[in-house]
Ligand binder design. Structure first.
Ligand SMILES: [Fe+2]
Length: 297
């Protein structure tokens, strides 16, 4: 049986990064939730799991993976899925996510999130595999749109149609990466609002925000810069379309001290406060969320 995700607004979160473990425990910053990279915690015991346990007693967590390779023609990696399920049993995340992509074939891992051809055959292939993953985990999952730098001649539909069809066919939810929409829009020459306007708000459970490297003719999704104005502008429009959606900033390289990221997350809060009504933001719910988690600890 696959449990549906409760459509809860977690507020504003950050990616949990090793260099910030100590700071978080000492200062208990006012962050609503953290997203962990699942693969970093799959070995039981050790320092990462010690910190994860301590932080999970104070903050809601979500799990984000990069190894599902949901679009590959290789069989699903059941060892990986068992490790993912074990970690989920320990962490009790609000939800689990991965990417609509493939990362390798014939057992070779490219360590890249590679785009798929947007065809109905691929929709069926990906949706069937997501359904099997959801059945195995016993819960609905979120799948994220990736940034891309190439397209396939075989594609029959736009990326937004493909993402929507996969979500519908597998009854999964969408982690909408606003930066990835912007990066792909620049690289492929489409309007980012054409993308957002065709995604069903009922399917969008989480937003990612991030920085990128802009080379003029093309943009690379590097996650090593502050969130630029162009992505903040698109985030503002995404809030208008989708309402209150749990939002987090991804920073994977050139990681600054925690207060710098906390301040950047403050910009997301400010924009959301300008765009959304207090009711939509339901600040009281956020406080309750943190409180419940503390009581359980
Ligand atoms: Fe992302």
């Amino acid at each position: 049986m696959t449990d549906k995700i409760e459509r809860e607004f977690l507020g504003f979160g950050l990616g949990l990064r090793t260099k910030h473990f100590e700071y978080i425990l000492q200062h208990q910053p006012d962050i609503d939730w953290f997203e962990i990279l699942s693969e970093n915690y799959m070995v039981a015991g050790g320092k990462p799991r010690y910190y994860l346990q301590a932080i999970s007693e104070q903050y809601p967590l979500v799990m984000h993976g990069v190894s599902l390779s949901i679009g590959s023609a290789d069989p699903l990696d059941m060892d990986y899925l068992r490790a993912l399920k074990t970690l989920a049993n320990d962490v009790e995340p609000k939800w689990i996510s991965d990417h609509i992509c493939w990362t390798g074939i014939h057992g070779i891992n490219s360590h890249d999130l590679l785009p798929l051809p947007y065809t109905m055959e691929t929709v069926r292939h990906v949706a069937e595999r997501i359904s099997r993953v959801q059945d195995f985990l016993g819960r609905q999952i979120l799948m994220e749109n990736v940034s891309s730098y190439l397209s396939y001649q075989d594609s029959e539909m736009d990326e937004w149609t493909f993402v929507s069809e996969v979500a519908k066919a597998s009854d999964s939810l969408i982690l909408l990466d606003i930066n990835n929409v912007y990066v792909s829009a620049r690289n492929h020459g489409f309007e980012p609002m054409d993308y957002l306007n065709r995604i069903d708000p009922a399917r969008v459970q989480q937003f990612h925000l991030a920085g990128h490297s802009d080379y003029g003719d093309y943009v690379i999704d590097t996650h090593d810069h502050d969130v630029p104005d162009s992505v903040w502008d698109l985030y503002r429009q995404a809030l208008v379309r989708f309402g209150a959606v749990s939002t987090m900033i991804e920073r994977d390289a050139n990681i600054p001290e925690f207060p710098v990221l906390e301040a950047e997350l403050g910009i997301a809060r400010d924009i959301a406060t300008q765009v959304l009504s207090p009711n939509q933001l339901s600040i009281a719910d956020l406080a309750r969320n943190r409180g419940v988690k503390s009581c359980l600890a």
